[in-house]
Design a protein around this ligand. Structure first.
Ligand SMILES: Cc1cc2nc3c(=O)[nH]c(=O)nc-3n(C[C@H](O)[C@H](O)[C@H](O)COP(=O)(O)OP(=O)(O)OC[C@H]3O[C@@H](n4cnc5c(N)ncnc54)[C@H](O)[C@@H]3O)c2cc1C
Length: 452
């Protein structure tokens, strides 16, 4: 294709084409379970260079898929140009205005370290190596979502490059439609070069991880239900049921509390009554420590995950979860949602009413084993019955799912109308294209009319 041959001369940053040394390493995403059959990898050196790449794509018919790290890679990138945003690494914190501005390549760990110096926090999720931009474009479910809502609700502005290659600053006033779409509608409509967002006070933070052998799981799950039913919005507790390869299965509880240690310990007291605890590293935390609470891998690796909102945790669900994740799953994690997440939100997903979310993770051991992981995930979701219903939060979508699994029909129509008007030639390709495949998840099944 002509545009590929001339791509190198359009950018100041490096461009690798299929066959070039280093091409395979350059196209590999963080999630090694996903292959990326792209035609080229381009690394713009700054926002102007990114805009030049967009103008080149527009005039030659190429499609661009922006990626900071590839945490959210789906493999739906056949023949496109992968735009790696790592060089857009600017970061500044204004402690007086309590805001941060970060480039598209910046990950949460750096932001949290900078914010913590001023007793502030961003609405980071569980991983310090996920990019702020990719996460926020999916709404962003944070440790502090119960207190402050979607991360996208704290956004003040986006610096973008539109499908004509023109740079602009997008705010609620300057371009309400695009501002709405970017706060959770994905990366299918514009290229984001920088995000500016509010930081939140975190003068005191307490939390950490407690661990029990799996045979204590029924009591741990029971305590989890009691603690989460009474928790104030400043406390978030996650339940982690783990089956690590070659090691005994265990049940863990992760907690983060935006407040004093004594208050947190009192709220978490039901867990102290569960005997046999193997470890407990709860302590005063800095927002910079949050990425370590979940003990998630920070190095690239293979993972097949599936996330579903849960309408509740009834006795049957509690019994199912207490058995631990069925092999070959590694982890079944129940995240406590609710609070501000369920409140008003003028974003593409809107309010997240489900009080819990379930995240199922497996590591495929070789070719074909991804199918076994998916089958085990589907069996757990089926076992939960009507409790596992509703639209999947956009950042929890996985390969094989689609934008239609995340957004209500009116929101999807509005996003699609915007895609038609702002990117009619399809210059941009998000990981979940707005005109991609139909819904496949629990929401789709729930929408199937039942015959009387
Ligand atoms: C270990 C792990 C922990 C996680 N924890 C959480 C969590 O706690 N809460 C949560 O909500 N999510 C979580 N996620 C999901 C994560 O937020 C999504 O996968 C997110 O899309 C990752 O963003 P990224 O930029 O790091 O990944 P990438 O794969 O690089 O980007 C994902 C997508 O975002 C879009 N995008 C990225 N950059 C741009 C840009 N500059 N312009 C336009 N579009 C762009 C593209 O569509 C891209 O395909 C987690 C994922 C992993 C692997």
């Amino acid at each position: 294709m002509n545009g590929l041959r001339t791509l190198r001369s359009a950018l100041r940053g490096p461009v690798l084409l299929d066959g070039d040394p280093g091409f395979d390493a350059a196209r590999r995403p963080w999630n090694r379970a996903v292959g990326q059959p792209v035609a080229a990898v381009a690394r713009p050196v700054d926002a102007d260079d990114a805009a030049a790449a967009v103008r080149h794509a527009r005039s030659t018919g190429l499609t661009l898929a922006a990626q900071a790290s590839g945490h959210g890679a789906t493999g739906d990138v056949d023949g496109v140009v992968l735009l790696r945003t790592g060089a857009l690494d600017g970061l500044s914190v204004d402690p007086v205005a309590r805001t941060a501005r970060v480039g598209a390549g910046v990950s949460w760990g750096r932001v949290q370290a900078a914010a913590a110096e001023h007793g502030l926090t961003g609405l980071a999720g569980s991983s310090p190596v996920v990019s702020v931009t990719g996460y926020t474009l999916g709404g962003g479910l944070s440790w502090f979502g119960r207190a402050h809502g979607w991360a996208a609700d704290s956004v003040l502005a986006f610096e973008v490059v539109d499908a004509d290659g023109v740079r602009s600053r997008v705010t609620a006033d300057s371009d309400p439609d695009l501002f709405w779409a970017l706060r959770g509608g994905g990366g299918d409509v514009a290229l984001v070069t920088e995000v500016e967002f509010r930081l939140h006070p975190a003068p005191e933070l307490y939390g950490g991880r407690m661990l029990w052998p799996i045979d204590r799981a029924p009591e741990v799950v029971d305590a989890f239900r009691r603690v989460t039913a009474a928790a104030p919005d400043r406390l978030t507790v996650w339940l982690d049921l783990l089956r690590p390869p070659g090691r005994p299965a265990c049940a863990a509880v992760l907690a983060a509390h935006l407040g004093p240690a004594a208050e947190a310990r009192a709220l978490l007291r039901p867990f102290d009554a569960v005997s046999g605890r193997l470890s407990d590293d709860r302590r005063a935390l800095s927002p910079a420590d949050l990425g370590a609470v979940g003990a998630e891998p920070t190095a690239p690796g293979a993972g097949v995950s599936r996330g579903v909102p849960l309408t509740g945790l009834d006795d049957a669900a509690a019994v199912l979860l207490a058995e631990g994740p069925p092999a070959p799953l590694l982890r079944a994690q129940v995240r406590h949602l609710g609070g501000a997440l369920a409140g008003p939100s003028d974003t593409p997903y809107g309010p997240l009413a489900a009080p819990y979310g379930l995240h199922l993770l497996g590591v495929p051991a070789g070719p074909g084993s991804a199918a076994a992981v998916r089958a085990a995930q589907a069996a757990v979701v089926r076992g939960l019955g009507p409790a596992a219903a509703g639209r999947t939060p956009p950042t929890w979508l996985g390969p094989g799912e689609s934008a239609a699994d995340a957004y209500a029909p009116e929101a999807l129509d509005r996003l699609r109308a915007l895609k038609r008007s702002r990117d009619p030639r399809g210059v941009f390709r998000g990981n979940f294209p707005l005109f991609g495949r139909p819904a496949t998840g629990p929401a789709a099944r729930a929408a199937v009319p039942v015959r009387a």
